[in-house]
Ligand binder design. Structure first.
Ligand code: ADP
Ligand code: MG
Length: 546
C-alpha cells in the first residue's frame, strides 16, 4: 500500500501561485523555457557530480531532454535524465522553502496591473511555478542519482497544497507531466512546442527531442571561432543565458592561450535592473571547464562591480573538483578574474572612442558600477578612472568628456585639473566658484555625484596632473589674477578693517574671514575649511556634525 502525504505550500509560494493561476499573461509560452532550463540544470549537476563524486545511478544513461505531446489527452510531458530529486529535495525545492526571489517577484507582479509580464520569473529563482500558467495539474515522477534512493511522485493543482507518494522504481531523472488547462491545449501540439523551443531554448547544451525528433543543435557557442558566429546567434545565446528578451548593448568574445587558457563571452544588457528598484543585481557569469559547468552565476570570477555582466567563462586549466570554498582563495581564479576584468575594461575604453553614442548609453545606465569600482577596487582603479565621463564648463548640457579629453586641451602652463561639485549644471554655474576660471579661460569639470569627488580625492592626480576642487579653501590662483584689477584693490589696512568688522558681525558662524584672491565679479564667497563642499554634503548625509 502506498502512503500519500499532503503538504501545504509555504505562504509566499501560495501567494505566487495564486497570481500565476489567476492572471492574464502576455507570454505564457515561457513556462517551457523554464522547465527545459531546469532539466538542463539537472543534467549539468549530474555531469558535474559524475566527474567529481561517487558513482551515480544509471551511469550510462544518455543526458537528454525528451518532450512528448499528446493532443488527445491534452498533456505535455518533459523528461530529463538529470540529477533527480530525493523526497527531501522535492519538499524543499518545490513547495516549502521560498527562494529569496519569490517575495520580490510577487511585488514586481502586483505592481504591474492586469496584463502581467511573467518573463522575468526565471531570474527570481521561481521559474518552476510558471507551469501553473498552462496546467491545472502537474505530476512529477523523479528518481535521485543516489544509488540508495527511491522514486517519488509529486502532484499538485497549484492550489494550497501538494502530495508526495512513493513511486514505482524507474531510471534516474525527472519526468513532469502537465495536464493542460482548456485554454492552453495548444501546448499539446507538436508544432507549437517546436516553435517555442526554437524561440527560447536553442542553446540548451543537451539534445532535445519532441516526440522522438531532435529539434536543437547542441552548441557551446563560446568555443567556436568568432568569424563563424553571426550576430543573430550571439543575440539568441545572450537571450538564453541571461533569461532576457531584448538584445545586449555590448558583447565581448575573446580567447587567449597565454598567460592563461581562457574562452569568454561577455554581454552588457540593455537595462540596469538596479535602477528599476529590483534590488542588488546578482552576478551573471557562469564558469566552465571544457564546457562543463563548474559554477553558475559565479561571485568570485569577476569583481563585484561587474555584477551586471552576463555570459560565460571557460578555462581548461580549472580543476573540475574545485569547491566553492577553495574557489574563493584559488590563485588561478584570481588570475582569471584579473585577466578578464582587464580585458573587459580595455574593451570599454575602446568603445568609448569607437562607438561614442553607444558608450554614452552604457554610461547613462551603468556608470554607478564603474564608479563603485573606481572608488573601491585599487587593482583596476587606474583603468576605471579612464572610463569616467563628465560634463564641464565648456561642454553643452548632456555632452560628456573624459579626463583624457580634459588633459588634451589643458592650457600650456596649466598643471592642475579643476572640478566643482554641485547638484546640477545650473546650480554650479550660478554660484561664485567658477568666476576666476571663466575669467582665465580654464575648463572646470562638473561632478554631480558625491562619489565623483570621493574618487578624485582618492586618486589625487591623473596623468601627473593634480585634481583640485574649485571650491577648496586653499586654492590660490592669485598669480593669475589680471593686473588691472589689483590696481583697484583695497589697501592692506582697509582689508583688515573690513574683515575684522565682518568677523565680528558673523561671530561663531565662520572660522575665518579673509581677502579673496579668486573673486572676479561676486563680492564674497563661502568656502569650506574641511575640504570640498561635496565632502560636507556626504558627511551631512551620514549625519555627522561638522
Ligand atoms: P531555479 O531553477 O532558479 O532554482 P525553479 O523554480 O525553476 O528555480 O526550480 C526550483 C528548484 O527545483 C531547482 O533549483 C531544482 O533544485 C529543483 N528542480 C526543478 N526542476 C528540476 C528537475 N527537472 N530536476 C531536478 N531538480 C529540479
Ligand atoms: Mg529554474
Amino acid at each position: 500500500s502506498t502512503v500519500v502525504e499532503t503538504k501545504e505550500f509555504q505562504t509566499e509560494i501560495r501567494q505566487l501561485l495564486d497570481i500565476v493561476i489567476h492572471s492574464l499573461y502576455t507570454e505564457r509560452e515561457i513556462f517551457l523555457r523554464e522547465l527545459i532550463s531546469n532539466a538542463a540544470d539537472a543534467m549539468e549537476k549530474l555531469r558535474y557530480t559524475q566527474l567529481t563524486g561517487p558513482e551515480v545511478k544509471d551511469k550510462d544513461l544518455a543526458l537528454e531532454i525528451l518532450i512528448d505531446t499528446d493532443d488527445n489527452a491534452h498533456t505535455l510531458t518533459i523528461t530529463d535524465t538529470g540529477i533527480g530529486m530525493s523526497k527531501e529535495e522535492l519538499v524543499e525545492n518545490l513547495g516549502t522553502i521560498a527562494h529569496s526571489g519569490s517575495k520580490e517577484f510577487i511585488k514586481h507582479l502586483t505592481a504591474k496591473g492586469d496584463q502581467k509580464d511573467l518573463n522575468l520569473i526565471g531570474q527570481f529563482g521561481v521559474g518552476f511555478y510558471s507551469a501553473f500558467m498552462v496546467a491545472d495539474q502537474v505530476t512529477i515522477y523523479t528518481r535521485s542519482y543516489q544509488q540508495e534512493g527511491q522514486s517519488f511522485v509529486w502532484e499538485s493543482d497549484g492550489v494550497g497544497s501538494y502530495t508526495i507518494t512513493e513511486g514505482e522504481d524507474h531510471n534516474r531523472g525527472t519526468k513532469m507531466v502537465l495536464h493542460l488547462k482548456e485554454d492552453a491545449y495548444d501546448f499539446a501540439k507538436e508544432e507549437t512546442i517546436q516553435r517555442v523551443i526554437k524561440q527560447y531554448s536553442s542553446f540548451v547544451p543537451y539534445p532535445i527531442t519532441v516526440n522522438g525528433q531532435k529539434v536543437n543543435t547542441v552548441d557551446a557557442l563560446w568555443t567556436k571561432n568568432k568569424n563563424e558566429i553571426t550576430d543573430d546567434e550571439y543575440n539568441e545565446f545572450y537571450k538564453f543565458i541571461a533569461n532576457a528578451h531584448d538584445e545586449p548593448l555590448f558583447r565581448l568574445h575573446f580567447s587567449s592561450d597565454a598567460p592563461l587558457n581562457i574562452n569568454t563571452l561577455l554581454f552588457v544588457p540593455k537595462e540596469n535592473l538596479e535602477l528599476f528598484g529590483f534590488g542588488r543585481t546578482e552576478p551573471g557569469v557562469n564558469l566552465y571547464c571544457k564546457k562543463v559547468l563548474i559554477q553558475e552565476k559565479s561571485s568570485v570570477i569577476l569583481p563585484e562591480w561587474l555584477r551586471f555582466l552576463r555570459g560565460v567563462m571557460d578555462s581548461e586549466e580549472l580543476p573540475l573538483n574545485i569547491s566553492r570554498e577553495t574557489m574563493q582563495d584559488s590563485a588561478l581564479i584570481s588570475k582569471l578574474n584579473k585577466v578578464v576584468t582587464g580585458r573587459f575594461l580595455k574593451f570599454l575604453e575602446g568603445q568609448a572612442t569607437s562607438e561614442p553614442e553607444k558608450y554614452k548609453e552604457f554610461w547613462e545606465k551603468f556608470n554607478l558600477f564603474i564608479k563603485e569600482g573606481a572608488a573601491n577596487d585599487f587593482t583596476h582603479q587606474k583603468e576605471l578612472v579612464k572610463l569616467l565621463q563628465f560634463e564641464s564648463s565648456i561642454t553643452q548640457s548632456g555632452e560628456l568628456i573624459s579626463l583624457a579629453d580634459y588633459v588634451g586641451r589643458m592650457k600650456e602652463d596649466q598643471s592642475t585639473i579643476y572640478y566643482v561639485n554641485g547638484p546640477s549644471r545650473e546650480a554650479i554655474e550660478s554660484g561664485p566658484y567658477l568666476e576666476i576660471f571663466r575669467d582665465k579661460g580654464l575648463e572646470v569639470i562638473y561632478t554631480y555625484a558625491a562619489i565623483d569627488d570621493y574618487i578624485f580625492g582618492a586618486i589625487g592626480e591623473y596623468e601627473g596632473k593634480k585634481l583640485v576642487s574649485a571650491d577648496q579653501a586653499d586654492l590660490d590662483l592669485s598669480n593669475s589674477v589680471p593686473k588691472d584689477r589689483s590696481e583697484q584693490a583695497l589697501s592692506e589696512e582697509e582689508v583688515q578693517v573690513l574683515t575684522g568688522w565682518l568677523k565680528e558681525i558673523l561671530g561663531s558662524k565662520v572660522t575665518e574671514v579673509r581677502e579673496s584672491k579668486r573673486l572676479v565679479d561676486s563680492p564674497a564667497l563661502v568656502l569650506s575649511p574641511y575640504g570640498t563642499n561635496s565632502m560636507q554634503r556626504m558627511m551631512q548625509l551620514m549625519n555627522k556634525d561638522l
